[in-house]
Design a protein around this ligand. Structure first.
Ligand code: AMP
Length: 295
């Protein structure tokens, strides 16, 4: 596996059909699932590693975001990545960006409400990676279902010649959605956080039995979280996966997205629905790389 920090060098080495997996690093099996999918579909697999300051509202969250370049490099190499692109902030943003990419509505609801400016930051970094690396395919996780909708729309509106591929969510063996930030949960917070995936499992169960009423499904997601004093629910909303509009009734492709605060961490999770069929994602059968060797 080669490592590059400059767009021009990375582009020069990317041959044939190029697949890009953008990440903020501190890799886990959620990221590895994107790489695995991409590996089978392209000639050059590029993984990018960049903690994008413009998508963080909170300087403290940015400063405490877990980072470990050597750990990431060995996981990426084992996953078959050909090129690890890890640009500096100066390479990504040599000047304070004069361009703003706002997605009114798509980026304002759900995550956008609690994190104003977040999706403008995401859109800027993704645009930069797509323009700079010119991949044929780019892979994004359904863990961040709203981000996936934003990226799909961005690419469509700006006519980027890239295919966006959505990949199902990966969970710990006990159901917790994998996230690099999970390493910052204490044991008691981590146990409490399981209420989020428990609620979503109840949602999937109800939907499998034919329940379509958003209020009933949202209530099922909310209930275990409300019973957990360490977890503070921000939203549980059934949302159209393309338009990011609120749904009253479960139909076509949607997700029931949840955001909750546990201590000073904000966690998101969802139950995705492909043509109305619930997809909770894949559970690992053992503890994830995040806990092997400890944070
Ligand atoms: P991040 O490093 O958190 O910005 O994530 C990079 C990419 O990995 C994004 O497309 C995420 O949606 C995806 N991702 C993160 N966690 C998971 C997960 N648990 N399952 C599937 N994809 C994930």
């Amino acid at each position: 596996m080669k490592r590059q920090a400059r767009f021009a060098d990375a582009r020069a080495q990317a041959k044939g059909r190029v697949g890009l997996v953008p990440t903020m690093g501190y890799l886990h099996e959620g990221h590895l699932a994107l790489m695995e999918r991409a590996r089978g579909e392209c000639d050059t697999l590029v993984a990018s590693l960049f903690v994008n300051p413009f998508q963080f509202g909170d300087a403290e969250d940015l400063a405490s975001y877990p980072r470990d370049m050597e750990r990431d490099a060995s996981l990426a190499a084992a996953a078959g990545v050909d090129l690890l692109f890890a640009p500096s902030v100066e390479e990504m943003f040599p000047d304070d960006p004069a361009v703003q990419l706002v997605l009114p509505h798509l980026g304002d609801r759900l995550e956008g409400r609690g994190r104003p400016g977040h999706f403008a930051g995401v859109a800027l970094a993704v645009t930069k990676l797509l323009a700079g690396l010119q991949p044929d395919l780019a892979y994004f996780g359904r863990k961040d279902a709203q981000q996936l909708a934003v990226v799909r729309r961005l690419v469509k509106d700006l006519s980027f010649p890239v295919e966006i591929v959505g990949v199902p969510l990966v969970r710990e063996h006990d159901g917790l959605a994998l996230s690099s930030r999970n390493v910052r949960l204490s044991d008691s917070e981590r146990t409490a956080a399981l209420s989020i995936s428990r609620g979503l499992a109840a949602v999937a169960n109800l939907a499998e039995k034919g329940e379509q009423d958003a209020a009933v499904l949202e209530d099922a997601a909310r209930r275990p979280i409300d019973a957990e004093p360490l977890v503070d629910l921000e939203y549980a909303e059934l949302t159209d996966a393309v338009e990011v509009t609120r749904m009253r009734k479960l139909e076509h492709t949607a997700f029931l997205g949840v955001a909750a605060n546990v201590g000073d961490l904000r966690l998101i999770d969802n139950c995705f629905f492909v043509d109305g069929v619930p997809e909770l994602g894949r559970r690992l059968d053992r503890v994830s790389t995040l806990y092997q060797g400890g944070p």
